[in-house]
Design a protein around this ligand. Structure first.
Ligand SMILES: Nc1nc2c([nH]c(=O)n2[C@H]2C[C@H](O)[C@@H](COP(=O)(O)OP(=O)(O)OP(=O)(O)O)O2)c(=O)[nH]1
Length: 146
């Protein structure tokens, strides 16, 4: 099993239209840094010092898409510590915790760090160029989509 130790924690929201019967997932296109620009990802970002994962994901979604969210189940990845829910490796340096989430206030629009968002159905889930490290995550999220 891969260790999460020494990786910087990132949170990602798999925003869906409905937490019980999701049919669409939001993808956001990055504008920076240059080597990631144009790639599609889950909105989210780095957990700051003194912040919980839950606090971080709420803050990031407000900053990036101007929405308030409700969290759903975790989408566990292969990186684990002490039996916690697993995170997903992003390169060598980051580990991303992913939760399903739903918008409770606002309408997702790219405010910072992204220039486009798209709601994808199971049929068009791979029509965007997901960042390479997101592909295993998206395959796991896909299992939740109807
Ligand atoms: N948020 C997010 N980051 C991802 C994904 N896939 C992926 O490879 N990454 C990478 C990009 C970054 O190197 C790192 C996360 O950092 P970030 O740039 O989103 O973090 P942040 O919003 O806190 O940004 P900053 O203030 O530090 O610039 O993980 C993803 O699906 N979501």
């Amino acid at each position: 099993m891969l260790a999460v130790v020494s990786r910087r924690l990132v949170v990602g929201a798999a925003l869906v239209d409905d937490l019980d019967q999701p049919t669409r997932l939001l993808a956001a296109r990055r504008t920076e840094p240059s080597h990631l620009a144009g790639g599609w990802e889950l909105p989210g970002g780095k957990v700051e010092e003194g912040e919980t994962l839950v606090e971080a994901v709420h803050r990031e979604l407000e900053e990036e898409l101007d929405v308030h969210i409700e969290l759903g189940v975790a989408v566990p990845g292969p990186l684990t510590t002490n039996g916690e829910v697993g995170a997903w490796p992003l390169g060598e340096s980051y580990a991303m915790h992913v939760r399903l989430a739903r918008v409770t206030h606002g309408e997702a629009r790219p405010v910072a760090e992204h220039d486009q968002v798209r709601w994808l159905t199971k049929q068009d889930l791979y029509d965007v160029d997901w960042l390479p490290d997101d592909l295993p995550v998206i395959r796991a999220v896909e299992t939740h989509l109807r």
